[in-house]
Design a protein around this ligand. Sequence first.
Ligand code: VAH
Length: 309
Amino acid sequence: KILIIGACGQIGTELTQKLRQLYGTENVIASDIRKLNIDVVNSGPFEVVNALDFNQIEHLVEVHQIDEVYLMAALLSATAEKNPAFAWDLNMNSLFHVLNLAKAGKIKKIFWPSSIAVFGPTTPKENTPQYTVMEPSTVYGISKQAGERWCEYYHNVFGVDVRSIRYPGLISWSSPPGGGTTDYAVDIYHKALADQKYECFLSSETKMPMMYMDDAIAATIKIMQAPVEEIKIRSSYNLAAMSFTPTEIAAEIKKHIPEFTITYEPDFRQKIADSWPASIDDSSAREDWNWNHEFDLATMTVDMLEHLK
Ligand code: VAH
């Protein structure tokens, strides 16, 4: 059986639904710190769990006979800058709890999300390689880089089967914009439909790697279903689909909502965005486990506006 910790979050919400379709609702236990998403809570087995409480997680694993854990609970970049100590605690200790359960043989496989936030201002900005300089300058990025190091260590030293993806900015219609710096690209669709205008908290030419949630979920399931010999990287795989600027996504939206206008008022999140790459080289994921994305900016925009209107 599968346990998703952080099932009510931006990725968790859709991941829960897809895993339930794939493996059967009763075989996918959703859990979160509170009943934050009523659809997730009502669509199958749900448990309230604190990702920082080892005993609570161990109890769920035993009671539900869990084989695989998807640990999706974390503070994202902007929120983490406002709560550094809690962000480090949540992002790191929740990972140790799950890694230690696997080390003890209580679970067989782990998925843990990393992020392009592991790269920093000294990382090559275009076509950022799988292996390169990584000096993250955000609390969130530091926690993700440290987490990658521990995932690789637990695999090499204790044989833990933990698999990880460095997600770019993710965009979906099923969750409201959250504490992510890339979440302007979610909010812009909501505001375009509601107000026909959007005040962007990043500057117009801020280019960042992005991906539609459908592709991110497909990649997550693909890496977890891949035969163990295909997983050659046990820190975390670069993953990419597209890169765009606020100017470019606004122009794409204008094709559907001609009266849409955008203004720019960069805030503290500009510094976070400027520390990240503009585009990512994900050839390792494409070579090792046959990753391929489907959505681009045009097709994502059609799907987002279709679901949100
Ligand atoms: C954030 N959406 O903005 C997340 C992600 C690469 C960005 O880690 O914090």
